[in-house]
Design a protein around this ligand. Sequence first.
Ligand SMILES: NC(=O)c1ccc[n+]([C@@H]2O[C@H](COP(=O)([O-])OP(=O)(O)OC[C@H]3O[C@@H](n4cnc5c(N)ncnc54)[C@H](OP(=O)(O)O)[C@@H]3O)[C@@H](O)[C@H]2O)c1
Length: 249
Amino acid sequence: MTTTIALITGANKGIGLATVRQLGARGWTVLVGARDAARGREAERTLREGGADARFVPLDVTDEESVAAAAKLVETEYGHLDVLVNNAGIVRADGSAMPSETTLATLREVYETNVFGVVAVTNAFLPLLRNAPAARIVNVSSEVGSIAVMTDPQGALFELTSVPYPSSKAALNMVTAMYAKELRDTPIKVNAANPGYCATDLNHNSGFRTPDQGAEVSVHLATLPADGPSGLLWGFQMDAGGGYGVLPW
Ligand SMILES: NC(=O)c1ccc[n+]([C@@H]2O[C@H](COP(=O)([O-])OP(=O)(O)OC[C@H]3O[C@@H](n4cnc5c(N)ncnc54)[C@H](OP(=O)(O)O)[C@@H]3O)[C@@H](O)[C@H]2O)c1
């Protein structure tokens, strides 16, 4: 029996590390995408000690050569990819995080990772995903990328005004919807994940959920059955009392 192969970007810590741990616990081969070799190898070691068939894959999502080399490695070693979790992401803001204080340098930096990186990685791995019987693509997004959530005066996020990170996740939501459309006549499903506010380095560990709880959302979308949905933003619903479900774009 061939094993299921999953690649998770930004997998050396936070929600990404929890995602590889949970997918590895299913007996899958988990490819630990990380841009820093020392951090990647350390994550690989920890996961292997926990019994996972984990392998570090050097991958900086903003570096085209790195992306191409990672795709080549997976092609040579495995010939296909069953699951791609585009998890790598960064947060940046200028000044008091008002739109009027946003610099283009910050905007470009965030988009390079959160949007362009996802498109680059997805396109590089799409031939390998097409080689799998029924691949799943999970784009780790956020409810702050939902224009409906962010503009709801009664919602918990109404006071947030930052442009770089929220707009990058809004763009990622559209990216997700468009790939789902292109691939609608294939067995491949493409969805955006909302992990909820999880305590990681991204937010100086201020989140009220754990990285493992955030990873549950990615794992759910990575393991959708054949009749599961495609082209949705799905996950933690803060404004609906904290359950899981579909979020508005
Ligand atoms: N935490 C939350 O509350 C929350 C909520 C909603 C969505 N998310 C999303 O969840 C995802 C994971 O975030 P997290 O909270 O787990 O944050 P984190 O702990 O800061 O982890 C981010 C990961 O992304 C990696 N990364 C950053 N830039 C990269 C690049 N150019 N190439 C490859 N890897 C890169 C980081 O690697 P280094 O260690 O090398 O920096 C790290 O492994 C992100 O997409 C984030 O936007 C998080």
